[in-house]
Structure formats: structure tokens, C-alpha cells
Design a protein around this ligand. Structure first.
Ligand SMILES: *[C@@H]1O[C@H](CO)[C@@H](O)[C@H](O)[C@H]1NC(C)=O
Ligand SMILES: *[C@@H]1O[C@H](CO)[C@@H](O)[C@H](O)[C@H]1NC(C)=O
Length: 340
């Protein structure tokens, strides 16, 4: 993002907040909103098919900007919202195009052993990025392939921990080739099924060899047999226990499913996310650490796959050790990790 633009965006916000408070400023407010939309379109390379669509998008943009603005002004939560690339999407459009954990389906239940069951000592904070086990933030685009990104991030983690090599692995291989079971490319899937695929395929190739396209395609068998990393299987973290999740995340990056459906999640920009959110799991992400703020708020450090423009450079800190057994947004309900 060009610094020059960032300045003008803040400037717009500034004048907006003054004009919005003056009843006579209504017209100016509308003007600045459409100018802001124009600038935002340029920044994100957004093109609409005609004037009607642009008008409709401007309306959504305006509602979302007002929502973000009043949320931040209220200052009732320890996190902030921001104007990101999703600001011209209704919450419903956002949910249908950016998530992809198959919440509507009952997760195939399996009982697995839990190798971290007897872990009693964990560090007070963990950040797998600092240990070199996390690749840069990726972007799933308008494809419900979060499950693939989540499974790949956990696989990249265990691979680095066992081999010492951080290798960016292929989500597209999962999207194109893991189609025999419950996983359906851009239409959603499960991390557990992805781990099964990687295990039975005897590995996964690199991002460079089989790059991400953001649309489903035919499986390239040749590339898919060129393995760069493999796993032995996977285990589920005992459900509804943030304690068990902590035992696992202290030892490796872990795939987690969350309810990411709310507007606050859509526009999250910084701080410790505390909800509101439900537990209708619809998004797969990766817990890559945990910690505690200077204020004493405990959080999970979570890697998302919506690019670096969302959240804290693509990451979110989500409140940890909440009253609900399933954790905030259901983060402890359906966690799993690959085994080496
Ligand atoms: C943390 O404490 C600082 C200083 O007391 C305060 O300004 C800030 O709002 C607090 N943040 C949270 C998340 O409570
Ligand atoms: C944990 O400890 C118990 C008791 O010693 C043992 O039976 C069990 O196999 C251990 N679990 C794991 C995963 O090592």
C-alpha cells in the first residue's frame, strides 16, 4: 500500500468524522464517501461491470464504513476494525466466498489418540513464526478453500519441526486432487480429510511446483506425485478443551475451525478479538501460537488466509481461556494436527 494513499485515506476519515457530526454536512458526507470509495477501488484494483453495480457497491461500502467507524468510536472492545478489501461486500457475500469449512455437514467423527495428553509444562507464550515454522501469509481469494490453507499451514509447521526446512506447500494440489471424499475444492472441505489425502498420496508438493489459482481444476497427477513433504497421519485434539489445545499448540502449529461469520471478524484489524461470534464453524485457520497481553488478556495467535491486508498483517489474536468450553468462536471444538 502506497504511503501517499494511506495518508489520504486517513485524511478522508478525518473530514468524514467532522462532517458526519454536522446535520448540514450530509451532502459533503455523501461526496466524501463516494470519493473514498473511488480511492479504495483504485487501491484494491476493484472494477465493477457497470454504473448500477458501482452504485450498489457504494451503498454497501458506505454502510460498512459507517459500521466500522461507529464500532471504533464506541471503543467498547479491545480490538479495532478497519477498512479492508472486504468493505464492499455484504456480510452474506463475504461468508459465502471467503470461508469454506463445511459447517453444514456433520464432521466425520473419529476417536484418535492424543500424543500431547501428558504434556504438563508449556511455555507461557509461543509464536511458531519466531521458530521459523510458519510461511508468509497467503490469500485464498474468492474460493472456499480455507480448509486447504489450514491443513497446509499445519503441514508446513510439522515439516519444519522435523526436517528443519520451511517449505511452502501446495493448496492447489488439495483443491484439484483431494476430490474423492468430502473435500470439494472451492466449495469447502475439512482439514482432517486433507491430512488423510496427504497421507495416502504419500506427500504434498511445493507451492512453487503447483501454484495456487483460486479456482478448482483438473488434478495434475505428475505434479501431485512430486512430493516435498509427507506426514504419517493426524490426530484430533480432544474437543472442547482449551487446555488440550494449549498442549498441542505448544508443540506444533494446529489446524482449527472457527465461526468467522460475523461483521466484526470480516473487518477485524488489530487487538485481541473477543467476539461476538457464534460456534457455527465455517472457517479453517491455523493456531500458530498463543500469548498474553500486557493487560493480562490471554490470546491464541491465529494465521488466516485472507492476505496481509486483513487483521494484524494477516493474523488475528483471539481471546483464549474463555468461559465457553468450545473456546471463542468454537476454536477448541474441532482442532487437529498432522503427525510426522
Ligand atoms: C490495556 O491497558 C492500556 C493501559 O492501561 C489501555 O490503554 C488499553 O486500552 C488496554 N487494552 C485492553 C485490550 O484492555
Ligand atoms: C499418558 O500417561 C498415561 C499414564 O502413564 C499412559 O497410560 C498414557 O499412554 C500416556 N499417554 C500418552 C499419549 O503418552
Amino acid at each position: 500500500m502506497a504511503p501517499k494513499y494511506q495518508f489520504s485515506l486517513y485524511f478522508c476519515f478525518f473530514i468524514l468524522s467532522i462532517w458526519a457530526n454536522q446535520s448540514s454536512g450530509r451532502k459533503l458526507h455523501e461526496t466524501s464517501m463516494s470519493e473514498m470509495h473511488e480511492q479504495w477501488m483504485a487501491q484494491h484494483g476493484r472494477v465493477y461491470k457497470d454504473a448500477a453495480e458501482k452504485e450498489q457497491r457504494l451503498k454497501i461500502f458506505k454502510e460498512n464504513v459507517e459500521f466500522i467507524h461507529s464500532f471504533n468510536n464506541a471503543g467498547e472492545k479491545p480490538y479495532k476494525l478497519g477498512i479492508n478489501e472486504f468493505v464492499d461486500l455484504t456480510n452474506e457475500e463475504f461468508r459465502t466466498t471467503r470461508n469454506g469449512f463445511r459447517a453444514s455437514m456433520v464432521r466425520p467423527m473419529r476417536t484418535t489418540s492424543f500424543m500431547y495428553d501428558n504434556v504438563t509444562v508449556v511455555p507461557s507464550a509461543m509464536d511458531w513464526r519466531k521458530k521459523g515454522a510458519v510461511t508468509p501469509i497467503k490469500n485464498q481469494g474468492q474460493c472456499g478453500s480455507c480448509w486447504a490453507f489450514s491443513a497446509v499451514a499445519a503441514t508446513e509447521g510439522i515439516t519444519q519441526l522435523t526436517t528443519g526446512k520451511l517449505i511452502s506447500l501446495s493448496e492447489q494440489e488439495l483443491v484439484d486432487c483431494d476430490t474423492g471424499g468430502e473435500d470439494e475444492g472451492c466449495w469447502g472441505g475439512f482439514m482432517d480429510q486433507a491430512f488423510d489425502f496427504i497421507q495416502h498420496n504419500k506427500g504434498l508438493t511445493t507451492e512453487a511446483n503447483y501454484p495456487y489459482k483460486g479456482v478448482g481444476g483438473t488434478c495434475n497427477r505428475k505434479k501431485s506425485t512430486n512430493h516435498a513433504a509427507d506426514i504419517n497421519g493426524h490426530e484430533d485434539v480432544p474437543a472442547n478443551s482449551e487446555k488440550a489445545l494449549l498442549q498441542a499448540v505448544a508443540n506444533q502449529p494446529v489446524s482449527v475451525a472457527i465461526d468467522a461469520s460475523g461483521s466484526a471478524f470480516q473487518f477485524y484489524s488489530s487487538g485481541v478479538f473477543t467476539g461476538d461470534c457464534g460456534t457455527e464453524l465455517d472457517h479453517g485457520v491455523t493456531a500458530i501460537g498463543y500469548g498474553i497481553t500486557t493487560n493480562g488478556t490471554k490470546y491464541w495467535l491465529v494465521k488466516n488466509s485472507w492476505g496481509t491486508g486483513w487483521g494484524e498483517e494477516g493474523y488475528i489474536r483471539m481471546q483464549r481461556d474463555v468461559d465457553a468450553a468450545g473456546g471463542l468462536c468454537g476454536i477448541a471444538m474441532s482442532a487437529s494436527y498432522p503427525t510426522a
